[in-house]
Design a protein around this ligand. Structure first.
Ligand SMILES: [Zn+2]
Length: 471
C-alpha cells in the first residue's frame, strides 16, 4: 500500500525549512514495508531516499524492501522480527548520486550528502558536516520529514544512491547513512551501523579515528580485571584474560586487545565480530546488546485486560484477567501469575481466572510477570526482559448468613437468652412487649463466641419479645 502524502500536512514543515521547493514535497511517498503493531511499541526504522530522482522511487522502494527482508532474516533480528516496523520515505533529488567535494564532484540531491568527510573517503554524511554546516540542508530535512510522517521512528536510515562505498552513524545514533554500492553487501553495512544506532555498540576495529573516541560501549572496555569485565558472564574460567589471539580461542569469548580505534589498551569480547569486520556476524556480546536494545523501549505486554487496574467484584462470577503478548518469533515468553505476591501453581498462560467466590471477601493483588528467558542474554542489569501487569481486586460479596437459633430459658427467678456464635462483626438485640415499639437491649461487639444474656425475672414485663440485628 502506498500512502500519497498530502501537501496540506506539509505547510508547517515548509515554513520551517524555508528554502525547500514545495513541488519536491508533493512528490514524497511513504511506503509501509513491514508493520507489526503501533510505532510507539515497536522498534521503528525508516529508510529515506537520497540521490534518487522521482523516476527512481520504485528502485528505492524495492531496495529498501529487500534490505528489510534480509535484515529480518539475520540473527538476532530474525528472532525479534515481530518487534519491528519498517517504512520508506521517498523524496526526489534533482540529480542522482552524492557529492565528492575533495574530487570536485557535486550533485544536486535532496539531503545534500557528501563523501570524504574529515579526511575519510568513506565517511558519508549529510549536513551539518565538514563541507556544509547548515543543519537545515540535511539533518533538518530528515528531522522534519520524520516528525511529519513517522514521529515515533527510532532510527532513520538514509539510503544514498551511489556506487561508491560509504557509511556512517551520526553521533547520537538516530541516523544511519549508507550508500547502495556493492563493494560490501549493503545488508552487512547496515547491520554494522544498526549495531551503533540501535545497540549503542562500539567499533571493535583498531583504525585510528581521533575525531570520535567517546566512552566505553557494551562491547568495548579498558577494564582488564576479570571480575569487573562487563561481559564476564560469558568468559569461561579457563580462558586467560587478556586472551591470546590463537586458534584455541577463535570462537570463545574473552578479552582481546585492540578495539575502539586503538590497537593497545582497549579490548573487545571476541576475536572477530560484525562490529570489527562488516561481513562477520555479531559476537555474543553484541548480540546480547542488540536484544536488550530491541526490548528496552517497548513493552512485550501489549495489552492487559481488564484495562482498569482497580477492580471491584460484587458477585461470585469468575473473572478472566488476560494479557496480549508481543512474542519473539522462535520461542515463547515465560509467564507466571501471582496472587498477593505468591506464585500460583500452574498459572503460566496468558489468562488467569480469578474466582471471587473461592477467595472470599478481601483485597487482592493480582500480578502477571512476563519474562524473556532467551539464551542470547546473560546479563540484564536494567531488567528490560522482565515486564509486569498488576491489578488490585476487591471482592465484596454479600455475606451469607446461617439461620440463627436463639433459645430462651426461664427459671423461678431468672430469664436467660442463649445466642450462638455468629459470623458477623457485631449484633444488636432489641426487646419489645408488643412487637410494635422496640428498644435496644444490648449490643455484642464480639459475636464470634456464644453469649448468654441473663436478667432477673422480676425486671421483665410480660410478654417479652426479642429480635436480633446482625452487621
Ligand atoms: Zn562484538
Amino acid at each position: 500500500m502506498i500512502k500519497h502524502l498530502k501537501c496540506l500536512r506539509l505547510l508547517a514543515v515548509l515554513t520551517f525549512l524555508g528554502s525547500l521547493n514545495p513541488s519536491a514535497w508533493s512528490q514524497t511517498n511513504l511506503y509501509p514495508l513491514w508493520v507489526k503493531g503501533p510505532d510507539s511499541n515497536r522498534v521503528t526504522v525508516v529508510f529515506l531516499a537520497e540521490g534518487y530522482r522521482n523516476t527512481g522511487f520504485t528502485v528505492f522502494r524495492n531496495q529498501a524492501q529487500a534490505l528489510v527482508n534480509q535484515i529480518l532474516s539475520k540473527p538476532p533480528f530474525s528472532e525479534y522480527q515481530n518487534h519491528f516496523n519498517f517504512y520508506a520515505i521517498a523524496v526526489p533529488s534533482r540529480e542522482s548520486g552524492s557529492d565528492l567535494p575533495v574530487t570536485g564532484i557535486f550533485r544536486d540531491t535532496f539531503f545534500n550528502s557528501a563523501y570524504q568527510n574529515y579526511g575519510q573517503s568513506q565517511l558519508l554524511m549529510v549536513p551539518p558536516n565538514e563541507f556544509d554546516t547548515n543543519y537545515a540542508r540535511g539533518q533538518g530535512k530528515i528531522d522534519a520529514l520524520i516528525q511529519t510522517y513517522v514521529p515515533e521512528a527510532d532510527v532513520r536510515v538514509v539510503l544514498v544512491n551511489n556506487d561508491l562505498f560509504g557509511a556512517a552513524t551520526v553521533p547520537g545514533g538516530l541516523t544511519v547513512i549508507a550508500s547502495t554500492d556493492n563493494a560490501y553487501p549493503l545488508t552487512d553495512t547496515l547491520l554494522h551501523e544498526l549495531g551503533h544506532s540501535l545497540g549503542k555498540l562500539g567499533d571493535e576495529y583498531e583504525t585510528p579515528f581521533p575525531e570520535f573516541q567517546g566512552a566505553e560501549e557494551p562491547n568495548t572496555t579498558t577494564q582488564t580485571n576479570r571480575n569487573s569485565i562487563k561481559w564476564r558472564a560469558w568468559i569461561n574460567p579457563t580462558t586467560p584474560v587478556p586472551t591470546p589471539e590463537t586458534a584455541a580461542f577463535n570462537n570463545l569469548l574473552g578479552l582481546f586487545e585492540g578495539a575502539h580505534y586503538f590497537a593497545k589498551g582497549w579490548y573487545r569480547p571476541k576475536l572477530d565480530c560484525r562490529m570489527r569486520t562488516l561481513t562477520n556476524s555479531y559476537c555474543e556480546i553484541c548480540t546480547e546488546g542488540m536484544v536488550l536494545a530491541f526490548n528496552r523501549n517497548l513493552n512485550v505486554i501489549e495489552e492487559s485486560v481488564p484495562l482498569s487496574k482497580q477492580q471491584i467484584h460484587t458477585n461470585s462470577d469468575a473473572v478472566t484477567y488476560s494479557l496480549k503478548l508481543l512474542q519473539p518469533a522462535g520461542h515463547a515468553l515465560s509467564v507466571q501469575w501471582f496472587l498477593n505476591g505468591i506464585p500460583v501453581a500452574g498459572q503460566t498462560g496468558s489468562n488467569f481466572v480469578f474466582s471471587p467466590q473461592n477467595q472470599g471477601n478481601g483485597i487482592y493483588n493480582i500480578r502477571a510477570e512476563v519474562s524473556d528467558k532467551t539464551a542470547l542474554v546473560r546479563t540484564d542489569l536494567d531488567r528490560v526482559l522482565l515486564r509486569n501487569a498488576s491489578w488490585t481486586a476487591e471482592v465484596k460479596l454479600p455475606v451469607p448468613q446461617e439461620p440463627i437459633r436463639i433459645s430462651a430459658e426461664v427459671t423461678a427467678t431468672e430469664f436467660s437468652l442463649q445466642i450462638p456464635k455468629i459470623n458477623a462483626s457485631r449484633y444488636f438485640v432489641d426487646n419489645s412487649t408488643n412487637l410494635l415499639t422496640w428498644q435496644a437491649a444490648f449490643t455484642n461487639l464480639n459475636p464470634n463466641a456464644p453469649f448468654v444474656f441473663t436478667q432477673p425475672l422480676r425486671f421483665l414485663p410480660w410478654p417479652q419479645f426479642f429480635r436480633i440485628r446482625v452487621e
